[in-house]
Design a protein. Structure first.
Length: 532
């Protein structure tokens, strides 16, 4: 509330204005916020004020704000909690005792959950009152970064899930000690396990949490580090036992030989098994799926089409440079440039990694041809027919649209099925990395060099929409049986020449990619044998 200026406290109004300004902005912290079990905050605030001024600050609205939100804290990378409201600023003199009292209480409180709200303002900023000289009373309040609205869960429901995650991850930390997680992480990063990139992120997150907790001797700091990790964790990371990393850790904990561990892991990570429903959806599942899609307003996003060069041009790492005219209009001798142009010199073939090829060859490449294998990992890029529809792919978002995904066939497919001739050099229209990595995305879904080949096009019928559970946002995982059945029942639209070609995947084992590059009068055949 706003005070009137009085003779015995000339700075009281100014100090209260400073307090309100601090509170107004404090909850805008970019870091996660957490609830605590701090109690008695507003009584402590009042008790520290001069006795003859306490009654002036007796306010139900301000009490509600301080009691409900005054215990909120942030947690830094060392596991130290601090109050965004009461700590870290030049405390106004009149309220110094009150603010220090609140800071002491909050510093001793225990974190109880992740603070989430759908409201842009917490507390009531002001209300009209005839008692105030200005006609308005100003209350303690704060503006926040509200949780992005979800049609499926409220902020309270998400916060409740986070509390459940705390118990889940604590049990996982106890069951799978740091050395065991470190061993699993090593196996995943050495490439010895099939499609290991799907689990590396979870393993690294769990290992980092173990190491952060082990680096402190304080039990309270370990708790707070765990809460911080939960608040920042990607979807599903806290459910260690119910994921593939849990299966791997259980096998390692049981002391199984590597061959048995690898056989079990590779089998479960098979593209036709991993997160793929093995039975048709029931009527109940279909009804639930209808409700979820209706709530998410995403039915329009389920219409997919083949992507074209225009859809991937902004993210391509190479495309042919536009040819400049060799003969100016009205030129007498311009036509002779064509006749005098020499054929490029063929340079002996070189073996090279993708990383070096990307850095040293692509910037100067004028023309690239791909030697099409008779059988290989041919792919097609897919995108949303309606770009205005809500994002449903994991790496797509409202703020940074990228609805492009891809499909290929398990075990590869023959070149003729894509309209190509095997063992022939065919012009390359573009080269890009995997769509999930565009715009600085992570390698959680793997990565690779995707070579778009002129004229490539999947001739198979009944391809479906390629809406695989592992690429969909987490909101759709509960209805993946219905989503997969829907995907199989529909066909991709064709609105131009599809962007298709050969995929050289980072974790796909030894490569056999052969590219012929013409640049500065020389033509070199490069054999790409691995990512780096």
């Amino acid at each position: 509330m706003q005070t009137a200026t009085v003779a015995f406290a000339p700075r009281e109004d100014e100090d209260y204005a400073s307090l309100l300004k601090r509170l107004h902005e404090a909850a805008l912290s970019p870091d996660p916020l957490f609830t605590t079990d701090a109690q008695g905050l507003y009584d402590a605030f009042l008790s520290a004020l001069p006795a003859d001024r306490r009654q002036h600050y007796v306010c139900r609205t301000c009490r509600h704000f301080v009691e409900r939100f005054g215990g909120i804290v942030t947690i830094d990378e060392a596991g130290t909690a601090s109050s965004p409201f009461w700590d870290g600023w030049a405390v106004p003199e009149f309220f110094s005792g009150s603010i220090r009292a609140l800071s002491r209480i909050v510093s001793k409180a225990r974190v109880t959950g992740v603070f989430l709200t759908s409201e842009a303002v917490i507390g009531n900023p002001a209300n009209a009152s005839p008692k105030s000289p200005s006609g308005t009373w100003y209350h303690m309040h704060s503006v926040t970064r509200p949780m992005k609205r979800s049609a499926l869960l409220t902020a309270e429901q998400v916060a409740a899930e986070k509390r459940e995650d705390y118990g889940t991850i604590c049990r996982g930390l106890a069951e799978f000690p740091a050395e065991l997680v470190r061993q699993a992480h090593t196996l995943l990063t050495t490439g010895g396990l099939y499609r290991s990139e799907k689990c590396i992120g979870t393993a690294k997150w769990l290992l980092d949490l173990h190491e952060a907790r082990d680096a402190t001797k304080h039990a309270r700091a370990r708790e707070q580090l765990t809460w911080r990790a939960i608040a920042l964790a990607p979807p599903g990371f806290c459910h260690v036992r119910s994921t593939m990393i849990g299966t791997l850790l259980e096998d390692l904990a049981a002391g199984k030989p590597f061959e048995d561990v690898k056989r079990a892991f590779d089998g479960k990570m098979h593209p036709l098994q991993y997160q793929r429903p093995q039975a048709a959806p029931t009527d109940g599942q279909l009804a639930a799926a209808e409700k979820i899609v209706e709530k998410l307003a995403s039915s329009g996003a389920l219409v997919r089409r083949y992507a074209t060069l225009a859809d991937i041009a902004d993210d391509a790492v190479w495309m042919p440079k536009a040819a400049s005219p060799v003969e100016k209009p009205g030129s007498v001798f311009g036509h002779l440039k064509i006749e005098c142009r020499q054929e490029p010199i063929d340079v002996p073939a070189q073996v090279i990694t993708w990383d070096k090829f990307w850095r040293t060859v692509l910037p100067e490449a004028e023309r690239i041809e791909c030697r099409v294998p008779s059988h290989g990992s041919f792919f097609a890029f897919v995108t949303a027919s309606n770009i205005d529809a809500p994002p449903i792919i994991q790496w797509d978002s409202e703020s940074d649209r990228n609805p492009v995904s891809w499909y290929l066939y398990n075990g590869g497919s023959p070149a003729h099925a894509w309209g190509l001739s095997g063992d022939t050099f065919t012009p390359v229209a573009a080269i890009t990395t995997q769509p999930s990595s565009w715009g600085g995305g992570s390698d959680h879904h793997g990565n690779g060099a995707y070579i778009v080949i002129d004229g490539a096009r999947d001739s198979r019928k009944k391809v479906g929409l390629a809406l695989f559970p592992e690429v969909l946002k987490s909101e759709y995982h509960g209805i993946r049986a219905a989503m997969e059945a829907y995907s199989r029942s529909r066909e991709l639209e064709v609105t131009g020449d599809p962007a298709c070609g050969l995929a050289l995947q980072k974790s796909g084992g030894p490569w056999d990619g052969v590219l012929r590059v013409t640049s500065k009068g020389a033509r070199v055949v490069y054999k790409l044998d691995r990512w780096d």
